[in-house]
Design a protein around this ligand. Structure first.
Ligand code: NDP
Length: 294
């Protein structure tokens, strides 16, 4: 079985470069998916309070027989739990559901641009949890450059990651440059372009001829090409699947290398068109929802 390379976060903590994502993984499918990933060699699971499957993620880890300390667990605080005390309590809810004392990475799921005061208070709670040793690293997700600049100006700990939409069709290169400038790791969500096909799009990155041609040259699938591209460019990738064969396929990307020309061809596929919601439109009114107690 391959050993996954790790990325060093800005506080020295090691993050496995490939993880399993579980967005839209139904709770009843989550335990098996997590177990299957850990058996295939994955050591990083990315979930979120808002995904409603943290309990099953914890169960999958326990059932796998892999030691708790050998698995990097990442989860996210939903916007409805922003605010200093609410976010401290959000940790208790997530840790309780996961069945762990410590979370390896806890991140803010979105910026709340219209209530940035709450976003800052939530991040200060993450800093407190880090200081207390309840979490090993902290970060953010879907932050745009202006959100990062405001956060950095008002808080102390530079986020270890910003988890953002990133696949060949939407690469956010300017945002990646801001990350590099501050020592923030880019973590790619929809790394095989899930968002380009699961919302009725007729333009699936998995069917892109350029990507498939590169795959043919290496005897690899389009998904494997996109994941290899992410890893080779130094990003963390967290592909989601509930199918054991695909979970294994998505991990089998460590035995080939894309040429400079192939990387350039992938870099050139950027359309600049976002698949997910505009970070600026996230509000409590439109996106708020109750996160149950553990
Ligand atoms: P992905 O790019 O991981 O694509 C997942 C989709 O592709 C699913 O429909 C899956 O179906 C299918 N798939 C998986 N592997 C293969 C394969 N080898 N060949 C063909 N199809 C495949 O998209 P996601 O949006 O799920 O992103 C990954 C993770 O990123 C999420 O699960 C979540 O953890 C995180 N995320 C974070 C967001 C945020 O706001 N922070 C937003 C969105 C995602 P099937 O399961 O049937 O195999």
């Amino acid at each position: 079985m391959s050993t996954v390379p790790t990325l060093t976060l800005n506080n020295g903590v090691q993050l496995p470069a490939i993880g399993l994502g579980v967005f839209q993984t139904a709770p009843e499918e989550t335990t098996a998916a997590v177990e299957s990933a850990l058996t295939a060699g994955y050591r990083h699971i990315d979930t979120a309070a808002a995904y409603g499957n943290e309990r099953e993620v914890g169960e999958g880890i326990r059932r796998s027989g892999v030691a708790r300390d050998d698995v990097f667990i990442e989860t996210k605080v939903w916007i409805s739990d922003y605010g200093y005390d609410s976010t401290l309590h959000a940790f208790d809810k997530s840790a309780g559901k996961l069945g762990v004392d410590t979370i390896d990475m806890l991140i803010l799921h979105q910026a709340l641009p219209s209530r940035f005061d709450l976003t800052i208070a939530a991040y200060r709670a993450l800093e407190k949890l880090l200081d207390d040793g309840r979490v090993r690293s902290i970060g953010v997700s879907n932050f745009m450059p202006e959100h990062l600049e405001k956060l950095l100006a008002e808080t102390t700990v530079v986020p270890a990651v910003n988890q953002i939409e990133l696949h060949p069709y939407f690469q956010q290169k300017e945002l990646q440059a801001v990350h590099a400038e501050h020592g923030i790791l880019t973590q790619a969500w929809s790394p095989i372009g899930g968002i380009t096909h699961y919302r009725d799009s007729d333009k699936s990155a998995l069917e892109d001829p350029t990507i498939l041609d590169i795959g043919s040259a290496h005897n690899k699938s389009g998904a494997q090409v996109m994941l290899r591209w992410g890893i080779q460019e130094g990003r963390s990738v967290i592909p989601k699947s509930v199918k054991p064969a695909r979970i294994a396929e998505n991990f089998d990307v460590l035995d080939f290398e894309l040429t400079g020309e192939q990387v350039a061809a992938l870099d050139a596929l950027d359309t600049g068109v976002r698949g997910g919601p505009e970070p600026e439109v996230i509000t409590l009114d439109a996106f708020g929802r109750d996160i149950p107690e553990a």
